[in-house]
Write a protein that binds this ligand. Structure first.
Ligand code: CMP
Length: 225
């Protein structure tokens, strides 16, 4: 049990310690290895999940086997609430990007908490609202931004979530392959690689396996606009 990470989850926002411990105690635990699938798009299942450690990717498949990544989730983030509130199949496939520990909450258990504790409902609504905001930004970027602009934006987003400040810049251990990074940007691997190589040649970033160091944040931010 890692209550500190769990308490970062929107589900726990506003709960005092005793209630947070009771909610944590009602949750199950799942451990996944890199590449293991937690659920598939279209599955009928309505548990709620919270990431305690590791990273999960949420992806959708399109025609001709193409994949698009909706999000990379890290510790404290929650997913699986759409099937809970809008009963229907899972809207994406959840796969472990690294070894992960995940907490689970059954539908009936959550409903009990929601009816008794408005703070829990508010926490969930907060996350839904933030996700809609982000989804609107992603749509706007797909319409208005070019691929390098979207790559720059994605690097900054990954840096905000997983970055670590070092002497020479912000080290971002994103754990993604180049293919996954391209799926997150929503462009071909070739185009995304070209943009990354261009940023590296200009000295804005340094590329490393499954990580990147942002050396010139100002330039990357300017390119993301
Ligand atoms: P559900 O449809 O139950 O299962 C897949 C989950 O992915 C979904 O609930 C959400 O929790 C999550 N999800 C779907 N779309 C997005 C998105 N655009 N950004 C982040 N998470 C999402």
């Amino acid at each position: 049990m890692d209550p500190e990470v769990l308490k970062k989850a929107p589900l726990f926002a506003g709960l005092e310690d005793e209630a947070a411990s009771a909610l944590a105690a009602a949750m199950g635990t799942i451990k996944l290895n890199r590449g293991e699938v937690l659920f598939h798009e279209g599955d009928k299942e309505d548990r709620l999940y919270v990431v305690v450690s590791g990273k999960i990717k949420l992806g959708r498949s399109g025609s001709a086997g193409r994949e698009n990544l909706l999000a990379i989730l890290g510790p404290g983030q929650m997913f699986g609430e759409l099937s809970l509130f809008d009963p229907g199949p899972r809207s994406s496939t959840a796969t472990a990007v690294t070894a992960c520990e995940i907490r689970t909450l059954e539908h009936d258990e959550l409903m009990g908490w929601l009816s008794g504790r408005p703070e829990v409902a508010l926490g969930l609504l907060g996350q839904l609202a933030a996700r809609l905001r982000r989804a609107n930004d992603v749509v706007a970027d797909l319409v208005f931004s070019d691929v390098p602009g979207r790559v720059a934006k994605q690097l900054l987003e990954l840096a905000r979530r997983f970055g670590e400040r070092r002497e020479d810049g912000i080290h971002v251990h994103h754990d993604l392959t180049q293919e996954e990074l391209a799926q997150l940007v929503g462009a071909s691997r070739e185009t995304v690689n070209k943009a990354l190589a261009d940023f590296a040649a200009r000295g804005w970033i340094r590329l490393e396996p499954r990580s990147v160091t942002i050396l010139d944040t100002v330039r990357v931010e300017r390119r993301a606009r």
